[in-house]
Design a protein around this ligand. Structure first.
Ligand SMILES: [Zn+2]
Length: 275
């Protein structure tokens, strides 16, 4: 490995958090990441719709929808390019994944976005019950803190879904703000649980959303509120200024870069700051 210490990367996906709403919420965990690195808006690439499955597939595989083939939340493509956890495992790293939306990790709906692995937690499908999404997100946190405690995991991906579900049900009002804050508390619990920001310099943390929402709740269209996603990240050698050009796909390349792994030249993704 090119790194001189045990570099690790944690990617936390928080579904459907609008860029402008993010700044109205109280999010100390996300703020702590930003204070140690950068936070930037990212436009969902026009090759794909502002729909969860296509956006997460781009983040996971570093390719656009025209390549990975996830075009909606219902239909999986015949084959997916390898996600960054699979690539990390191929290079000998242990990985972990946890998600409250089963399609992220299992062959339901448009999934799996990440190839299933022995070390993962998939919540029972919460359907459209908001309390079930809260429970499922919390399960992801609890299991992640346990799974990451032994220090053997080199790359992890976690997914929280309650904020998106609340926006769909109730619009982007106070309940949505509260749900974003709940996601932030859960992110904070994981970060604290593994000591990710304690200054020892082994963890890179990347938090990312897939798309925004219209005021009434809902997405899939091309308004700025739906197209504008964001990334915040910190870690050893992370840029302290927002990269001039940034794509959701770049999460893939940055995750591999942290681990000292090459990014295939034919992937759309580039490490942060390398465009
Ligand atoms: Zn989504």
């Amino acid at each position: 490995m090119a790194t001189s210490f045990a570099a690790k990367v944690l990617v936390v996906g928080i579904d459907g958090v609008r860029w402008d709403t993010l700044h109205r919420a109280q999010t100390p965990a996300l703020d702590a990441i930003t204070a140690r690195g950068f936070r930037a808006p990212v436009q969902v690439h026009t090759a794909g719709p502002t729909i969860s499955g296509p956006c997460w597939a781009t983040i996971a595989t570093g390719t656009l929808a025209s390549t990975h083939g996830v075009l909606d939340n219902e239909n999986p493509p015949d084959a997916m390019p390898a996600d960054f956890l699979t690539a990390a495992r191929g290079a000998g790293f242990r990985t972990y994944a946890g998600a409250s939306w089963p399609a992220m990790l299992s062959p339901v709906d448009c999934g799996p976005i990440f190839a299933p692995d022995a070390r993962m937690t998939v919540a029972a499908d919460p359907g459209h019950r908001l309390d079930a999404w809260d429970t499922a997100d919390q399960l992801v946190v609890n299991e992640a803190c346990e799974a990451l405690a032994d220090g053997e995991i080199g790359a992890a991906f976690l997914y929280f879904g309650v904020a998106d579900e609340v926006a769909h049900a109730l619009g982007v009002g106070p309940e949505y703000l509260a749900a974003i804050e709940a996601c932030d508390r859960r992110l904070g619990a994981v970060i604290d649980g593994i000591g990710a920001l304690n200054g020892q310099g082994e963890w890179t943390v990347i938090a990312v959303t897939d798309h925004g929402h219209v005021d009434a709740g809902g997405h899939g269209g091309d308004t700025p509120e739906e197209r504008t996603a964001w990334i915040t990240a910190c870690g050893p050698r992370m840029p302290r200024e927002s990269p001039a050009r940034l794509e959701q796909a770049d999460v893939y390349a940055q995750a591999l870069s942290v681990l000292g792994l090459p990014v295939e030249p034919d992937r759309f993704a580039r490490p942060f700051g390398a465009r």
